[in-house]
Each structure stands twice: as C-alpha cells, then as structure tokens.
Design a protein around this ligand. Structure first.
Ligand code: FAD
Length: 238
C-alpha cells in the first residue's frame, strides 16, 4: 500500500475532547469519500502496544484541498503525542483503505446512522453526495450525548439546511442537554419511522463504536432491511 509524507498544517478543536488535524494533500494521493488511512508518527517520544499509528477515517472530501482527520483525544501514547504535535511536523500516511464508500447507484436514498466520532467518514460522504448534484434523498441520524460532544454538527446542519433533499436528525442521549430543541434518546424504530416513509428502500451506512453499529444493524434486521442494503464500519478501539 502506498505511503506518503504529510506535514501537519494545523489542529482545531471540533467538539469537547476532540481534535481535527489538517494536512496538505500530497499531489498524487487519491481517495474516495468514506475511506480511511493509517496515520503514523515518526520517532515519537513514547509508544504503546498498538504501535505508532492508528487507522483514522478521512473526514475531508476528495474535493477539499487539505486532508483532515479527527479523533477523540484519549490517554494512549499515540494520542498524547498526536495532540501535542507542532505545525510542520512530518507524519507518514498509508492508504487509502476501505470500501465504506458511496454506492454507484445514484438513485436509492442514503441513510447514515452514526454517533460521536463515527461522523468522520460520514462528513466526507455527505458533503460529497451533496456536491454531486444527484437527486437522491440524504438522511443523517447523528447521536451524541450533548451538542458539545458532536463534531461538525453545525457545519453539517448548515450544509443540509441549504438543500431540500437533505435531512439531518441530530439526537442527544444525555438526560440533560439544556436548551436542546431536537430529538432526544437513541435512534430507534419510532425515530426512523418519523423521517422515513419506506424503511426498506434506502442504502444504509452504519459506523462508529462497535456497540452502536451492532445495535443499528440488529434494528434494521428486525425491520426487514435486506443485508445487502446495509454497509458498516466499526471503529475498533472505541
Ligand atoms: C476503519 C476504521 C476507521 C476509524 N476511524 C477513526 C476516526 O476517524 N477517528 C478516530 O478517533 N478513531 C477511528 N478509528 C479507531 C482508531 O483506529 C482507534 O482505535 C481509536 O481512535 C482508539 O485509539 P486510542 O489510541 O485511543 O486507543 P488504542 O490504544 O488504540 O486502544 C483502545 C482500546 O481498544 C483496544 N483495541 C485497539 N484496537 C483494537 C482492535 N483492532 N480490535 C479490538 N480492540 C482494539 C485496545 O486494546 C485498548 O483496550 C477507526 C478505526 C477503524 C478500524
């Protein structure tokens, strides 16, 4: 698999405890919206059992000039080092990997169901699908504990608001999310029914923590959605 030198341009907080990292896109690097890469630290001051790299989805779209990944900052050596890197630091990018990408069929509605950091490949795919100018309906169910935990929420709300075929259903699961006017609680059959006329028609993209993916896959199975209409990607390690 190809490997590229990339240089950190900047980092930005995109939710509580969550950073986005931006890199110039190498001229010969090509990827599809939804794919991931392995980002590897070079000679880090500390390491751990998982090694110096992690698989991270590209949250940027292929059309954007920069590559962007985003991650919850937790206590692994990789993330401690990553979060303190100075602009200009060189890393190694390997990939792209994965077939969690938009289907070739331009007609079937697309439904994305994710939560928290699982939004990374969905940001890429949703913005790509919006810019493709296709007629299909796009729905994103996006679950978080609180609005401040939801990376890219405002950006995606704005992108969707300007487009009649796009609906973003953000839902907050914390018992108290003061001032939140939208949906509350986990995505369930009743919530899907409020926004979908025909639950069996769309292609579904489920990704994020393995427990969320398993719960949503089971829900769609109970609703009779054909397995070939469901694509999943588990963020192992969450
Ligand atoms: C296709 C894909 C895309 C991903 N995209 C993103 C992304 O965009 N943003 C993001 O933050 N994370 C993403 N992840 C998850 C990411 O690779 C890390 O696993 C996660 O960020 C946790 O890293 P960590 O350094 O905090 O913890 P780690 O040190 O990596 O591990 C945390 C815990 O999970 C366990 N663990 C780690 N890897 C595995 C595994 N493969 N199987 C079972 N247990 C494991 C460890 O043993 C440990 O107990 C993705 C994973 C995959 C597979």
């Amino acid at each position: 698999m190809a490997s590229y030198p990339v240089f950190l341009k900047r980092k930005q907080q995109v939710a509580d405890g969550t950073l986005a990292f931006y890199f110039d896109k190498p001229a010969d690097f090509v990827f599809k919206a939804g794919q991931c890469v392995r980002l590897v630290l070079i000679d880090p001051p500390e390491t751990d059992g998982e090694g110096n790299g992690r698989i991270l989805s590209l949250a940027s779209t292929p059309a954007e000039a920069e590559l962007m990944v985003a991650t919850r900052i937790r206590s692994s050596a990789f993330k401690r080092v990553l979060s303190t890197l100075a602009p200009g630091t060189e890393l190694t990018l390997k990939g792209p990997y994965g077939d969690f990408v938009l289907p070739a069929d331009p007609h079937a509605p697309l439904v994305f169901i994710t939560g928290g950091i699982g939004i990374t490949p969905v940001r890429s795919m949703l913005l790509q699908a919006l810019s493709d100018g296709e007629e299909r309906r796009l729905l994103l169910f996006y679950a978080n504990r609180r609005p401040q935990d939801a990376p890219f929420l405002e950006e995606l709300q704005q992108a969707c608001a300007g487009n009649a075929r796009c609906t973003l259903v953000a839902t907050m699961t914390a018992p108290s999310a003061p001032g939140w006017q939208g949906e509350r609680g986990y995505v369930d059959e009743a919530m899907l029914a409020r926004y979908l006329d025909d639950v069996q028609a769309p292609f579904y993209f489920l990704d994020g923590p393995p427990a969320l993916v398993a719960a949503m896959r089971a829900l769609l199975g109970r609703l009779g959605v054909a397995e070939e209409r469901v694509r999943t990607e588990e963020f192992a390690g969450y």
